[in-house]
Design a protein around this ligand. Structure first.
Ligand code: KIV
Length: 267
C-alpha cells in the first residue's frame, strides 16, 4: 500500500494521472503511476460540464469509490470540488472525511488560498492528508481565467508564499499548475514536500496530467500537456466498425451465437 510518506520519496520523479472510474484506475495502476487523482476535472473531461464549478461532492465521492476499487497500489487522492470546503469548517471536515471514511481515498486535494492554510492544519491533525494546489486553480476561473499565473514578481512571491504556508500547515505535497518553470523550480527548491507540476516545467518533483489528455482521448490537448496515444481515434474507429458491422449484417456472425439443441423440436 502506498502512503503519503512514500509519495515522491523515490529517486525518480513522481507520477500522477487523473482517473474517474475503476477501469481507468486499474490501467493507470498497472502502468505504474504513483498516484491516481480523482480530479474535479471530471466536470469538463467526462461529465459534460463547461468547467469544474458544477461538480458536486456526491459526484466526486461515487467516482472516488470506483477508483479506490480499481487501484491496487497507487495512492488515491480525492479532489475536493468547488465550495465543498472553506465556507464552514465542520462541513469541510465531513466532506473531506467522507472521501477517506466511506470511499477509500488515501488523501484529499484542495485548491489552495490563504483561508485553506488553517483548514489544511486541522485536516492533517485529524488524519486526513492534504495535497495543496497553487498557481492556476481552475475553481477560481471567474477571477483568473485559465491563463498562466505568477508571471509578475508580486504574484510569483504570493504563490511561493502560499505553497510554503501549506507545507508548514502539514500538506504532504503541492500541485503547481500553469506557472513559469523558473518559479516552479524556485518553489521546488524552497519546499521539502514534493511539488507535482502541470504546465510548470521539468524541475518539479513529479508530474500530473488529466488522463484524457495523456492518452489522446480528449477534445484537444492544452498547450502544456502531451498526448502519448490516440485513444480517441482508436475508439471512434472501433465504434464506427461496430455500427457498420451491425448495419451490414456481418455482426453477430455464427461464432457469436449459441443454438440450444434442446430447443430443436420447438423452434
Ligand atoms: O482536477 C484535476 O484534474 C486537477 C489536476 C489538473 C491537477 O486538479
Amino acid at each position: 500500500m502506498t502512503t503519503v510518506r512514500d509519495f515522491g520519496a523515490g529517486d525518480e520523479p513522481a507520477t500522477m494521472l487523473t482517473a474517474y472510474d475503476a477501469l481507468t484506475a486499474a490501467l493507470a495502476d498497472e502502468a505504474g503511476v504513483d498516484a491516481v487523482l480523482v480530479g474535479d476535472s471530471m466536470g469538463n473531461a467526462v461529465l459534460g460540464y463547461e468547467d469544474t464549478l458544477p461538480v458536486t461532492v456526491d459526484e466526486v465521492a461515487s467516482r472516488v469509490g470506483a477508483v479506490a476499487r480499481g487501484a491496487e497500489d497507487a495512492l488515491v487522492v480525492a479532489d475536493m470540488p468547488f465550495l465543498s470546503f472553506g465556507a464552514d469548517r465542520r462541513e469541510s471536515v465531513e466532506n473531506c472525511g467522507r472521501m477517506l471514511k466511506e470511499e477509500g481515498a488515501n488523501a484529499v486535494k484542495i485548491e489552495s488560498n490563504p483561508q485553506t492554510v488553517e483548514l489544511t492544519e486541522h485536516l492533517t491533525d485529524l488524519g486526513i492528508p492534504v495535497m495543496a494546489h497553487v498557481g492556476l486553480t481552475p475553481q477560481s476561473v471567474n477571477q483568473t481565467g485559465y491563463t498562466q499565473q505568477g508571471a509578475d514578481p508580486e504574484q510569483a512571491e504570493h504563490i511561493a508564499e502560499l505553497a510554503r504556508a501549506h507545507e508548514e500547515a502539514g500538506a504532504f505535497a503541492c500541485v503547481l499548475e500553469h506557472i513559469p518553470a523558473n518559479l516552479a523550480a524556485h518553489i521546488t527548491d524552497d519546499l521539502s514536500i514534493p511539488t507535482i507540476g502541470i504546465g510548470a516545467g521539468d524541475a518539479c518533483d513529479g508530474q500530473v496530467l488529466v488522463f484524457t489528455d495523456a492518452v489522446g482521448l480528449g477534445d484537444g490537448t492544452p498547450p502544456f500537456a502531451e498526448a502519448f496515444g490516440n485513444v480517441r481515434e482508436e475508439m471512434t474507429d472501433a465504434m464506427e466498425a461496430y455500427v457498420d458491422a451491425v448495419e451490414s449484417g456481418d455482426f453477430p456472425a455464427e461464432e457469436h451465437s449459441h443454438v440450444a439443441e434442446e430447443l430443436d423440436d420447438l423452434y
